[in-house]
Design a protein around this ligand. Sequence first.
Ligand SMILES: Nc1ncnc2c1ncn2[C@@H]1O[C@H](COP(=O)(O)OP(=O)(O)OP(=O)(O)O)[C@@H](O)[C@H]1O
Ligand SMILES: [Mg+2]
Length: 237
Amino acid sequence: MNPSPLAVRCQNVVKIYDTGDQKVTALNGVNLEIAMGELMMLVGPSGCGKTTLISVIAGILDQDDGYCEVFGEDLLSMSNQRKLNFRARNIGFVFQAFNLLPALTAAENVSVPLIINGMKRSDAERKAVAVLEQVGLGARVTALPSELSGGQQQRVAIARALIHSPRLIVCDEPTSSLDHETGHNVMTLLKEVALHKDRALVIVTHDARIFDFADRIAEMDDGHIVGVKGAGLKAKG
Ligand SMILES: Nc1ncnc2c1ncn2[C@@H]1O[C@H](COP(=O)(O)OP(=O)(O)OP(=O)(O)O)[C@@H](O)[C@H]1O
Ligand SMILES: [Mg+2]
């Protein structure tokens, strides 16, 4: 029997931040497999390495040791240009701090991944407006990030991560600034976009209200995955 194909495979991944006077081991041998079609949540205490791990998975950070593969590709072995292209096509990332471009409107921010992938600006912005409508921001498409609330900025960041239909969407606390109903709507939309049989969704969260959306929940502590709860198991808050 063939095992189901994997979207992500991490083996003994190590990441050490070296700030000159201090070395911090953020990932200390992470093993994790995420299947195609799976929504994996990642939980664990502050500082345990969640953001670091998803940054390695998304090719934003290079690990210092171990192996990490996304859709069968080893990002570490790619040239910078190839990695940029691969990420632009295949990966959407919602940053914990949103990372919107302050001088661009909501619609312009959301259209960036499409423009990077070669779409005409006017077409990209039209599509961006449609996705902003889906996240409930149809009336704010011309607003700058500084003119939006935290929850609205978060939804712009989510729209930007999914607009180009990437095969892997990685979200760092995507519902932290959202009320229950908006968080629920955003999760439903993320699931709809991301969960095809050749795609996957990874969500770092502390938000127990969205645990039910997960197929599995991986628990991290001190740079390790300490357990993975399978489908059907209710996670506790
Ligand atoms: N750029 C950096 N330079 C040095 N140390 C860092 C850097 N980024 C993170 N760290 C350290 O690495 C460890 C893991 O950090 P990380 O941001 O991955 O944690 P986290 O689980 O995402 O935490 P949180 O829930 O607070 O977002 C922490 O001890 C943190 O202080
Ligand atoms: Mg973090």
